[in-house]
Design a protein around this ligand. Structure first.
Ligand SMILES: Cc1cc2nc3c(=O)[nH]c(=O)nc-3n(C[C@H](O)[C@H](O)[C@H](O)COP(=O)(O)O)c2cc1C
Length: 240
């Protein structure tokens, strides 16, 4: 039904690196984009993400050098920092568990029982860590033995956990950027920044990581560095 509109928005979204100095982005545009980003698919609905909206002029100026003086950051009217919060897994597993518990009236259904197990037992197994890597060994051993004869989820250590949270957070960033395009504004995702200093500026703890920073404004022609090109689809789309 909306396929044409969707296609248009996907084509419309370009990484624009020079934003119009005279056109402000209404707060409502950012607010809406962030609220839609919350609806992005995310691993186990753990929502291990945070979106930090940098909107005041003085705050924005602070982030220009931290984004390595990139033009997109220099000319941005608003910035949103997409952050992963692997460290909040306990809180979020508990929150999900509470949601399941609240939905139970009388005897829990099979689905409710399995959800209680999922958030009460499986999430702690997947996300907990210790200084000696004992939990990683446990997870890898379980995956190895259980997966020996039949397909089984390949759990891992810190690297795997980080991949999981970054995947979900990047999907949220994409929802946000598509929403910005749908509202007639432009964006540029950035990974060219000093992560250490950005984390410090935002006062984030060790367990938080920056997925990407999205610069927002009204794009200009100058901000489009060239026509959009992609490798031939035959090289990346495989039908089996
Ligand atoms: C995770 C990520 C990080 C990026 N980092 C930067 C960046 O630091 N600076 C920049 O100018 N563009 C950056 N880009 C934008 C890409 O260069 C751009 O998406 C790509 O060239 C395709 O162009 P399009 O977005 O207009 O389709 C980044 C894109 C992604 C997805």
């Amino acid at each position: 039904m909306y396929s044409k509109e969707f296609e248009e928005i996907v084509h419309l979204r370009r990484s624009n690196r020079v934003f119009d100095a005279n056109i402000e982005v209404p707060d409502e545009v950012i607010r809406k984009g962030l609220e839609l980003a919350l609806l992005s698919p995310n691993s186990s609905n753990m929502q291990l993400w945070e979106f930090h909206w940098i909107k005041s002029k003085t705050e924005l100026e602070k982030y220009v050098p931290l984004c390595l003086n990139q033009r997109a950051a220099k000319t941005a009217k608003q910035l949103v920092v997409f952050i992963t919060r692997r460290d909040k897994w306990r809180e979020r597993a508990k929150w999900n568990l509470g949601k399941v518990q609240d939905s139970i009236v009388g005897e829990p259904s099979r689905l409710q029982k399995s959800s209680l197990n999922y958030y009460g037992k499986l999430m702690p197994l997947i996300y907990s860590n210790d200084p000696f890597g004992f939990m990683t060994l446990v997870r890898k051993s379980i995956s190895f033995f259980m997966g020996f004869r039949k397909p089984f989820y390949r759990a891992g250590g810190l690297a795997k956990q980080r991949i999981v949270v970054h995947k979900s957070c990047a999907l949220a960033a994409q929802t946000f950027m598509l929403s910005i395009a749908a509202e007639g504004f432009d964006s540029c995702p950035l990974e060219g920044f000093d992560e250490l200093r950005v984390k410090k500026a935002l006062g984030l703890p060790r367990g938080a990581e920056i997925c990407m920073i999205v610069a927002v404004g009204k794009g200009t022609e100058e901000g489009i560095y060239g026509p959009r090109f992609r490798v031939p689809k035959e090289e990346v789309i495989f039908v089996r």
